[in-house]
Design a protein around this ligand. Structure first.
Ligand SMILES: Nc1ncnc2c1ncn2[C@@H]1O[C@H](COP(=O)(O)OP(=O)(O)O)[C@@H](O)[C@H]1O
Ligand SMILES: [Mg+2]
Length: 365
């Protein structure tokens, strides 16, 4: 199997009722890439997948797969296969026949169907379950049957629409590793849709963060987590302390910002200028006890033991500031009363104002 690249060239999708679900979007997914589209429910992820698979036609722009314009091409004629959350395996067919099903429709002879099905069941480590019915398998095994069935028709691009969301937590994290391994082994391009940042960060070569029909940022998980470029991306992926303010000075890739907790310096990737409104983001794990370049004073309000780390919430000038400290015993522990806290300039990013994700917490004023 060989993956192909997928290009969205100015793709815009308006539903018949006039609702604009996807704004003009340019995106390039490389051949053989594990690419995730990450965003909250309703932001347009499934709509983009429908346009790639051919279940909706873009209102403007083009979808190209392997350089070929897919306009007007029906779903079954595209080099794609689709997997949903609800698997729709055939309950009365054996696992082997489920996997071979799509091949029969394509006129592949019986012996060849059987051979391909066995090969794919081996790939998803289910060779010993080939004769069983789907109902006799666990949830994770059924998911693997669905993957084998989708791969049977040798798609160049596998589209996965939140395929793990029906599974329980433990199985979900196990299946992440499985999916990643299957993708690497087959070389098929995976476009994986999820609202779960953990899934996107652990599995993907690259991620597109999406909000309200727009792609906000494309990058590796590390880039998006450590160098977010929009307020939405910074607040949707991971946790952050968020301080609104106004830019006091800018230059050399950094800026200082006046907030109600004082003046702080941070990276300035969007080139904000003196006088602009901005939001400073600093991750809880970047907060430090003791003196720092960016210094403030906080009083410990709460301690939550998370296991590998501890969350400390401080009151600082009418706001809450969250700090994560490793739970190693060697780490310093905050005392009672007002104490110095801070963070390094390189650990803070200052971004233009913009909508925040619901999971992001603007520090309560
Ligand atoms: N057939 C449709 N007609 C009109 N609006 C739709 C249709 N399908 C989805 N939508 C709307 O488009 C937006 C994006 O939907 P969807 O792509 O399913 O989001 P996601 O997969 O990110 O949760 C939502 O506001 C949804 O209500
Ligand atoms: Mg969806």
């Amino acid at each position: 199997m060989r993956g192909r690249d997928v290009v969205l060239d100015g793709v815009e999708i308006v539903y018949p009722n006039g609702f604009r679900a996807v704004e003009a979007t340019d995106l390039r997914v490389e051949a053989g890439e594990f690419f995730s589209i990450l965003g909250p429910s309703g932001c347009g992820k499934t709509t983009i997948l429908r346009a790639v698979s051919g279940f909706v036609e873009p209102s403007a722009g083009r979808v190209l797969i392997g350089g070929e314009n897919q306009a007007g091409r029906a779903p079954h004629l595209r080099p794609t296969a689709l997997i949903f959350q609800s698997l729709a395996l055939f309950p009365l067919m054996s696992v082997r026949d489920n996997v071979a099903f799509g091949l029969e429709a394509r006129g592949v002879p019986r012996a060849e169907r059987r051979r391909r099905a066995e090969e794919l069941l081996e790939l998803v480590a289910l060779s010993d379950q080939a004769g069983k019915k789907p109902g006799e398998l666990s949830g994770g095994q059924r998911q693997r049957v669905a993957i084998a069935r989708a791969l049977a028709v040798e798609p160049a691009v596998l589209l996965l629409d939140e395929p793990l969301s029906a599974l329980d937590l433990k199985l979900r994290s196990h299946m992440r590793a499985e999916l990643r391994a299957i993708q690497k082994q087959t070389g098929v391009t995976f476009i994986y849709i999820t609202h779960d940042q953990g899934e996107a960060l652990t599995m993907s070569d690259r991620i597109a963060v999406m909000d309200r029909g727009r792609i906000e940022q494309v990058g590796t998980g590390d880039e998006i987590y450590s160098a977010p470029l929009t307020a939405f991306a910074a607040s949707f992926v991971g946790e952050a302390n968020i301080l609104p303010g106004r830019i006091a000075e800018a230059g050399g890739g950094e800026a200082s910002i006046d907030t109600d907790l004082g003046r702080f310096v941070g990276r300035n990737p969007r080139g904000l200028r003196r006088g602009d409104a901005g939001l400073l983001f600093v991750r809880p794990e970047a907060m430090r006890l003791g003196p720092a370049d960016n210094a403030l004073e906080g009083t410990l309000a709460r301690r939550d033991l998370e296991g590998p780390f501890v969350t400390y919430v401080f009151r600082a000038g009418g706001r809450e500031v969250t700090m994560h400290l490793a739970n190693t015993g060697a780490a310093p522990v905050p005392g009672a009363g007002a104490q110095p806290l801070g963070f390094a300039a390189r650990d803070a990013v200052i971004l233009p104002e913009g909508p925040l994700a619901k999971t992001g917490r603007e520090l309560a004023a």
